[in-house]
Design a protein around this ligand. Structure first.
Ligand SMILES: Nc1ncnc2c1ncn2[C@@H]1O[C@H](COP(=O)(O)OP(=O)(O)OP(=O)(O)O)[C@@H](O)[C@H]1O
Ligand SMILES: [Mg+2]
Length: 296
């Protein structure tokens, strides 16, 4: 397992300079030739080669020889370091801890923000496998041939913006703290995933809270989650408040797929509560509750 925090702490300013120059050059090319890197970074060849070999051994760059020319490109871990550097410099986070989750399209670490605030740091990793979420991200990326990394950047920005909108309307979602590139920082939820079927003192109330979040998203933020299931709901210890996580694939209400996706989000959730907590509600009446929701 790659320890991102450890790698981060082993980097010097000169290492970050080279990573930054590579990122800049990547805006126009997939591979960066050594001579261009030398010119742009200002390091002499011998020094640059030493830095590159350190970055390479840490897995932050990949080297390739293309038509007799030595070329390099950043890896996801390389971009991770640039995002962390930006988050640390802007005082969004202070430290990165252990990995707490690995999803189909992300890795989640815990972290500390200034003032000792516990945060979750989500590194988007689209494109490692192709699931429907990836397909939908590609959709917003105008179906272009954007690299997987760029799609992750778009997904992170989307997730951050959705969360910002949702917390304004007091939906139960992790509070957004900041983002950089393909990385989103949110408040840490001390809880358990719903799929683990935690003991709930009032399951019907928990389901109602979930439906209310879907309603706020639909009516106030004008979005539909689109990938809701017991895996994307964290039930906070003690309060038993259900937080809906994992938003990058949301669609806008006007999207032709919106009503279909909302129906599916509601159905999955209701079925889970019926099966595991014997909550007595039909899928239709739950959907009606969401569609006809009006906040007081
Ligand atoms: N804000 C948070 N606080 C605490 N834990 C979190 C938070 N966000 C995510 N996690 C943990 O990380 C896991 C994966 O998060 P998330 O669902 O956002 O990513 P994902 O890549 O979509 O995962 P998957 O595809 O498996 O659903 C969650 O199940 C949860 O355990
Ligand atoms: Mg998830």
């Amino acid at each position: 397992m790659v320890k991102l925090g450890l790698i981060y702490r082993s980097l010097l300013n000169e290492d970050f300079s080279v990573l930054q120059v590579m990122e800049k050059l990547h805006s126009r090319r997939e591979y960066v030739p050594l001579n261009l890197l030398e010119k742009m970074s200002g390091f002499h060849e011998e020094k640059l080669v030493l830095i590159l070999s350190k970055l390479h051994s840490l897995g932050l760059i990949k080297g390739e020889t293309i038509s007799d020319e030595k070329m390099y490109r950043l890896t996801y871990t390389g971009y991770d370091m640039l995002a962390l550097r930006s988050l640390v410099t802007r005082n969004v986070i202070e430290a990165l801890g252990d990995k707490i989750g690995e999803g189909k399209e992300s890795e989640i670490y815990e972290g500390l923000a200034p003032g000792g605030v516990h945060v979750a740091v989500k590194f988007l990793r689209l494109g490692r496998t192709s699931f429907r979420k990836t397909a939908r991200v590609r959709d917003w990326a105008l179906r272009s041939s954007l690299s997987w990394y760029k799609q992750s950047v778009i997904a992170a920005e989307r997730e951050y913006k959705a969360l910002r909108e949702l917390v304004v309307h007091r939906a139960l979602v992790p509070a957004p703290v900041g983002y950089s590139r393909h990385v989103v920082v949110t408040g840490y939820i001390r809880g358990v995933e719903l799929y683990k079927k935690p003991d709930l003192s009032d399951p019907a109330e928990v389901l109602m809270n979930i439906l209310e979040t879907l309603a706020i998203a639909y009516h106030k933020a004008q979005i539909v989650h689109g990938d809701l299931s017991e895996y994307n709901i964290l039930v906070e210890h003690e309060s038993e408040k259900p937080y809906i996580i994992d938003w990058p694939q949301y669609v806008y209400r006007e999207d032709p797929r919106a009503s279909e996706l909302l129906k599916r989000d509601v159905s999955y959730t209701v079925r889970f509560f019926k099966k595991n907590y014997k909550v007595d509600i039909t899928e239709d009446s739950a959907l009606k509750l969401v569609l006809e929701y009006s906040s007081k």
